[in-house]
Write a protein that binds this ligand. Structure first.
Ligand code: PAF
Length: 283
């Protein structure tokens, strides 16, 4: 695996592959890699000839009171994990390599962001599309891989690719789960023993909503109520931030369900806020 920190050296390495007609799969990350990322690397390995990953904690997607400075970083660990997972080129630039004082254009996302997690993080997705536009231009991938756990991010990336006609195929990858269904997250370690046991009910609640839709229920209100009731019966420690049933990837509430839906939820525990979702295809 090659580790590069400049745009020029990344392009030099990639040009040789591209000239020989090889396809490029790209996984952008903010590092502190875990099994979720590993599964994206694996999918990329199966799909593309060359696998490129980036590790870059992107300042523009953090709000002024958010944790950019304390965001966990461990590049040595990231290198080992990426190499083991078959990444060919790991791009690890400094902030100054990506952002310059001469930058003069800002991207603003105008849809799909005033709901779910975007509602409480104004400007977050503007930063995400800005960095992704830069990285897509730098890497020039054929495929990009994103985890469905961040389903709103996948919906926004889908809009970014279609808005700017990037010749890129977006491959959303399944959420990796613990043995009992809890979605894997670096935040799970912040749960107390009791919170961890209780958190199993998040995916169970989603499954109840999913089964209702699959068995023909078309009232989004009823689906939302079933998920809400289940969680209020089973959560003693966690506090629900939101439970939403929406069209996907448009992220609009539909009274009568007609299109693919996302059931998404977020729950606060003492030291961690957990998110999870399920996407239900309507036949
Ligand atoms: O999901 C993330 O880790 C980040 O939002 C991304 C896509 C790497 C952009 O900085």
């Amino acid at each position: 695996m090659k580790v590069v920190d400049t745009i020029q050296s990344l392009r030099e390495h990639l040009n040789d592959f591209k000239k020989s007609g090889k396809t490029v799969g790209f996984i952008p990350t903010m590092g502190f890699l875990h099994e979720g990322h590993q599964s994206l690397f694996k999918k990329a390995r199966e799909t593309a000839d060359v696998v490129v990953a980036s590790v870059f904690v992107n300042p523009t997607q953090f709000g002024p009171n958010e944790d950019f400075d304390s965001y966990p970083r461990d590049f040595e660990h990231d290198q080992k994990l990426a190499e083991k997972a078959g990444v060919d080129i790991l791009f690890h630039p400094e902030v100054s390599e990506i952002y310059s004082d001469e930058d003069m254009i800002q991207l603003t996302v105008t849809d799909r962001t005033d709901v779910l997690c975007g509602k409480s993080r104004p400007g977050h997705f503007d930063g995400v599309v800005t960095i992704l536009t830069k990285l897509f231009n730098i890497v020039g991938p054929n495929y990009v891989f994103f985890g469905k756990k961040d389903a709103q991010q996948v919906a926004v990336v889908n809009g970014l690719i279609s808005t700017f006609h990037f010749p890129i195929t977006l491959i959303p990858c399944e959420t990796v789960r613990e043995f009992d269904g809890l979605a894997k997250s670096s935040r799970n370690v912040k749960l107390s023993g009791d919170e961890r046991q209780e958190a199993v009910h998040l995916s169970k609640a989603l499954k109840i909503g999913q089964d209702l839709i699959l068995s023909g229920e078309r009232s989004s209100e009823k689906v939302k109520k079933a998920v809400t009731d289940y969680l209020s019966d089973h959560l003693k420690l966690g506090k629900v931030d939101y439970i939403e049933v929406m069209s996907y990837p448009q992220l609009k509430e539909e009274d009568h369900i007609e299109h693919t839906q996302i059931i998404a939820l977020a729950v606060f525990y003492e030291k961690a806020r957990l998110i999870d979702n399920v996407i239900v295809e309507i036949a």
